[in-house]
Design a protein around this ligand. Structure first.
Ligand code: NI
Length: 226
């Protein structure tokens, strides 16, 4: 599970929130597949609406250019983000995200390797509405401030607890990674983060950095399915 702080600036969050306020929201059940429909209780911005598609494209561009997102997910495909809203007493019970998703208006499908929630409401503006993810170390409860995001394995069981006060607005998306194996992907992320922090120290030896880069890229070459 990886937190991406300040994916969006506070101005960008305001821009998203004010645009979303003018877009019709539908019952989230309409887009839930199979068993998820039975536990999904939220609103979802009309995906066919021109303004929703514009916002989704803005967010896609942000994600594709964000170094930590790229490093952590090594994305091959990113699903156009969806925007959801939980008003008081709304929630989404435990579910698993669909493994294969059809990308709207294209012949392409995506295998969901990582799920992402991008928070658009500040944590102190609503009660409840926590993203809860089951992990090998028990339940993780996540609530980030507006503009920050969390990446987690799509294979995990997860839920959003009922909002008891206020309103929780967020974007969600799914990523197909070039590296399907989560452990290899995680190790590559750690290696890249170590290289980046070495680069940030001015005393780093250029030749040794080149050797590490060489190893990193050859591992990508070995494991990436593109
Ligand atoms: Ni989900």
């Amino acid at each position: 599970m990886i937190v991406i702080d300040n994916l969006l600036t506070s101005d960008e969050v305001k821009q998203f929130r004010s645009a979303l306020a003018s877009i019709p929201f539908n019952d989230g059940k309409e887009t839930a597949m199979g068993m998820a429909a039975g536990v999904k209780n939220n609103g979802q911005a009309d995906a066919q609406h021109e303004r929703t598609q514009h916002l989704a494209n803005l967010l896609l561009a942000k994600l594709g250019n964000h170094s930590k997102v790229v490093s952590a997910a090594l994305p091959q495909r990113i699903f156009p983000p969806c925007f959801n809203r939980y008003s008081e007493s709304q929630n989404y019970g435990y579910h698993v995200d669909a493994a294969i998703m059809r990308i709207p208006n294209t012949p392409d499908v995506l295998r969901s390797d990582m799920s992402m929630t991008i928070f658009l409401s500040d944590a102190d503006t609503y009660d409840g509405g926590e993203l809860v993810i089951q992990t090998g170390f028990g339940e993780q409860h996540i609530k980030c401030d507006a503009g920050s995001a969390v990446l987690y394995p799509s294979s995990s069981l997860h839920k959003v607890t009922p909002v008891t006060k206020g309103e929780r607005v967020a974007a969600i998306t799914w990523i197909q990674s070039m590296i399907s194996d989560p452990q290899i992907r995680q190790t590559l992320f750690e290696l890249d983060q170590a290289i980046q922090s070495l680069i940030a120290t001015e005393s780093a030896n250029r030749e040794q950095l080149d050797q590490l880069h060489h190893v990193y890229h050859n591992l990508i070459r070995q494991f990436a399915a593109v």
